[in-house]
Design a protein around this ligand. Sequence first.
Ligand code: DOR
Length: 436
Amino acid sequence: MRLVVRGGEVVGPDGPVRADVGVEDGRIVVVGPDLEAPGDARIVDATGCWVGPGLVDLHAHLREPGHEEAETIESGARAAARGGYSAVVAMPNTEPALDTAAMVAFVQARGREACVEVAVAGAVTQGRRGELLAPMAEMAALGVRLFTDDGRGVEDPLVLRRAMEYARGLGARIAEHCEDERLAAGGVMHEGALSGRLGLVGRPALAEELMVARDLELARLTGCPLHVMHLSSARALTLVVAARAEGLPVTCEVTPHHLTLDETAVEGYDPLFKVHPPLRPRADVEALVAGLAGGAIDAVATDHAPHAPETKDRTFDEAPPGMLGLEHAAALTLEALGGAAASAAAFFALLSRHPARIAGLDVADPRSGLGAHGGRVAAGEDANLVVFDPRRRWRASREDLASRARNTPYHGRELTGRARALLVAGRVVLDAEELA
Ligand code: DOR
């Protein structure tokens, strides 16, 4: 045994159990109480913490290639590690887009040098223009399991139908940014009484709901697994829940910001609160929080969207949408689940087990070279582990981020819960809250 995670509560199906975890050669070799460690073994202190599978983010914009001034694969991975993530799925809305095998191979190669595992989502269409299908089979041959044009949805239903038919045959899943841009056109916040009062053009919830409804019907027609990204409207959640009850292969994620902020955050016209889909009214936030605890929502995903200060510091109308997520998501999810008293099993289901399954990261894949995530903390499993302190109180700060960007809407907010340590393929990349 080279390493022992000592003194924590290992999160299993029946809740947390006091146990140590022994790790060697990238794998968990033993789990049990009061393990004897050889004198030269490294000890990772987990006292008072949950020890669970490393978190998995289904939705991270790492900006490389094209916008390295905002984030790189390396800096994004460091932000992920501080957040407790052992794996992230990199979004393809880079410049150029990740729409060929060569682009996927480039990000995979950079990802192998990063401190957490980086899975790649491929674009559905060439250049994410929504017209011609990207070579999905060639990307799937490199282990790509999720295809999306995120940043926008696939507007043409025939293009999406064909994409779903191909994706199904490839054993892949289509992830959709559900907002019909023709309905949302020019909108910068949620459409309602508040957008009228603020004099800002609104993006109606209907833009999201219509696209969710259409996509669910295409999933029904094609049998292709559909993943609804950053779901933000209560009505859209109702549609997903009904479709799932009918047996359709649909999953959905919500972001920490749609769980913890509402539309009133934009009253000061601060572009830090501009995001797509937009922050919604309180009733939507409450419906999402209820769906989180009740099992209607499969996963919490960050939509980590770094933007350099010179682009984000513009008027509300002109600034690009998006906010940072990776470094604060776990604490915000815990808050939405009810704080330190929340169930550890629910926390890890939403942030690790389900997202790993949705991204196809629950089994190791020789094509991508990525290990297994989101599994049990048990002998024989890959050592992708987080040590998470659910009672740790701290204050979010834009000065204290591993991300290259600073566009967090949570500066100054009191948080509870923080990753203390992280193992990725058995390597300690975070210990005592410090990156290696
Ligand atoms: O607000 C957003 N920003 N929503 C998206 O879907 C894309 C993202 C980005 O890439 O900045």
